[in-house]
Design a protein around this ligand. Structure first.
Ligand code: GYE
Length: 325
């Protein structure tokens, strides 16, 4: 039922897009009905984490040929210059719309202006940019500051009234996800007995999470009571470092992370993590809906925020069997 409805809606959007722009690119018509295809260039950050894999999958599923799209996918290996080059190449190819998951917040003004001058709408997904709002049509994402705040509130409630030493593994420097999570978290632990011993980037990856945690352990040893990692993957990397140091994660060092991907939720259910704030990566369907509307000339909101929840050990155990990512 649902698929049928979507296809019918698409046929309509496709027809309008054809008359409006007449330049949908070289994709194959969807469903053999002669509908025009919407060509979309998607500039993904890279493949740094489990969250990212789930996000990429969700986007590819939503922007499928069957749904009336011709998707040109690029993953920039977390290199901002490579991502700007990818967007520029989408402009040169004359795509109908560009979807961008910006690695970092700054540096987008020029290329977004170029897209605008070429009449190609840009839709942001996941992270945000500092460029002027009229350089993009819409943003579909999460409230990163609130995620950080929720993590901080849990920490403040459980450890705030006894002297506690905390270390932080930050996400990619300059990304809105890392900046806003840091802000939300710092606000929530303000005025508590928690001391931040150290805070460094682990670039949202397991490998760097492990290396940076090894450094923290060498420097502070068993002084560390608590770890806040900006994503599950860095927390998972840190588990190896903590075990190698002869400490028990979840007990000797309490761990709070963000994302709630399956591996993180498993660590929480096993008692190696203590709390996870969710960050929903399944944005594809909503992004595709917004892209269609924009290409069709319909009005859209400037932002769509997807709701997140949070999990303790019991909640993780209950949620795991049905977890989609
Ligand atoms: O939390 C992390 C990923 O921007 C929300 O990026 C995203 C973050 C996510 O690498 O795992």
């Amino acid at each position: 039922m649902k698929a049928k409805k979507t296809l019918a809606g698409l046929a309509l959007v496709g027809a309008i897009a054809l008359t409006a722009s007449g330049c949908a690119g070289g994709g194959t018509p969807a469903g053999g009905g002669g509908d025009d295809v919407i060509t979309v260039g998607f500039a993904q950050t890279g493949s740094e984490s489990g969250w990212r894999s789930a996000n990429t999958e969700s986007m590819k599923e939503a922007f499928s040929e069957a749904n009336g799209f011709n998707l040109i996918f690029n993953a920039a290996d977390n290199k901002p210059e490579a991502q700007i080059a990818a967007v520029r190449s989408f402009i040169n190819q004359g795509v109908d719309a560009i979807v961008l998951a910006p690695i970092v917040t700054d540096g987008w003004d020029d290329v977004l202006q170029e897209a605008k001058d070429a009449g190609i709408p840009v839709i942001l997904e996941d992270r945000t940019v500092s460029a002027s709002e009229d350089l993009y049509a819409s943003w579909i994402g999460l409230d990163f500051e609130k995620e950080g705040e929720t993590a901080g509130e849990w920490v403040a409630e459980n450890f705030g009234s006894t002297p506690t030493n905390l270390v932080i593994l930050e996400g990619t420097t300059g990304s809105s996800a890392a900046t806003d999570r840091a802000t939300g978290f710092a606000t929530a632990i303000e005025g508590t007995d928690i001391t931040v011993l150290d805070s460094q980037t682990g670039n949202f990856t397991r490998a760097e999470g492990k290396t940076v945690m090894e450094g923290f352990l060498q420097k502070y040893g068993s002084q560390i009571n608590l770890l806040f990692a900006h994503n599950d993957d860095m927390g998972l990397g840190a588990l190896d470092a903590i075990k190698a140091a002869g400490l028990t994660p979840g007990t000797d060092i309490k761990i709070v992370t963000i994302d709630a991907v399956k591996d993180g939720m498993t660590a929480l259910a096993d008692g190696e993590f203590n709390y996870i704030v969710e960050c929903n990566p399944l944005l594809g369907e909503k992004v595709a809906e917004v892209v269609k509307k924009v290409v069709d000339g319909e009005s859209v909101d400037k932002q769509y925020i997807v709701e997140d929840q949070a999990f303790d050990q019991e909640q993780a155990k209950a949620a795991l069997p049905d977890r989609k990512y």
